[in-house]
Design a binder for this molecule. Sequence first.
Ligand code: NAP
Length: 380
Amino acid sequence: MSEFAGGEKYAQVPVGEPAKKAFAFIIHPIDTKRDVARKYPFLGKILPESVIHFLTRFWPPLTLSHITGARSVATGEEIEGWLIAVPYTSQRMLTLPSREVYKKIIAAGHLAKKLGAGILGLGAYTSVVGDGGATIARELDIAVTSGDSYTAAVSVYAVREAAQRMDVNLANATLAVVGATGAIGAVVSQMLAADAGRMLLVGRRMDRLLEVRTAVLAAGCAEVAVSTNVEDVSQAEVVMTVTSSGGNLLRTEHLRSGAVVCDVSRPRDISYQVAQSRDDVLVIDGGLVEVPGAVDFGFDYGLPPQMTFGCMAETMILTFEGRFEDYSIGKDLRFSQVQEIDALANRHGFKLAALRSFERKLDEAQIEAVKNRAHTGGRE
Ligand SMILES: NC(=O)c1ccc[n+]([C@@H]2O[C@H](COP(=O)([O-])OP(=O)(O)OC[C@H]3O[C@@H](n4cnc5c(N)ncnc54)[C@H](OP(=O)(O)O)[C@@H]3O)[C@@H](O)[C@H]2O)c1
């Protein structure tokens, strides 16, 4: 019997073809009061944040909504899914022992199985915690993915597009990846190696940074620096930040005028306040995807209609394919997997969403204004 099964034996059903093509995706509160209020407006309003943090330990996972209407452009087939909430905040997941967090995620996996899902996507910190989904996948009898491969693919596209629209020639620029030692960070660093004149890999562990540096040199970047000091980001014209820092890592003084910053991290590494105070810097949301068909998520988790995160999109793509197998698991993502999921995404009609900043679409005039302010030192 599994130590994570909460003391009750559960039926061991082999991973295989489920009755219908269906998935489940786990989300959790990121902005504690705001996100709890999305489901429980009254509780979100009256309970102080510290009480919510405390109580989340005792709340079980719950089904938030039924997802319908996503339709493949290749096959015309529709899939369905469910949003499941694991009521831990990011901070809670960073501070509790991994095993305690796993228990609740595994309970969410059992719920997903009961609902009829063939695959479970691990949203935000539910894949960051511990070993990147490996233990969870082992303990569950449905397939599991972190969704990190497709997140990496779309974030790379977004960085390239944003740099081009800001007239930054990547071949002559320094491109920093903050969190380069992580699952997404290491693979995007390799994917961007051939684009960038110089790369700066920022992380907390020098030994791992040096390993990633070797891979990035092999992938075609001629000059690769490493740093454990986030202040060094001020050297970079282009920054992709993809950490598990818990939010608000990059501050005003870390950003060079005219820089493009793609923030993939959730919670965000750049706060709205910092972005507002630097109107000579273009901050874009990383990892956003447009879903094919008339998808209805049945719950407002903070994104505009038709749009989702790369990690949920990956779970949906695998569902369209009927690939009910563990996919992006662990902290070493393979480049070939990123290419494969990207090709499958194109086949089914998933697309990189138009560039957005703090969920608002960026138009050409806004991008021009940022460029002008950077050129004129803040004077328009
Ligand atoms: N937008 C989307 O669609 C989407 C999809 C999936 C994930 N995400 C987000 O992407 C982020 C990364 O996910 P992941 O799966 O790649 O996680 P991960 O494998 O845990 O990697 C995170 C990396 O960030 C590093 N880090 C943490 N704090 C740092 C700091 N203060 N300075 C520098 N580096 C720091 C960690 O270093 P150590 O190794 O030293 O701990 C780790 O290497 C998370 O915020 C996640 O929520 C977003």
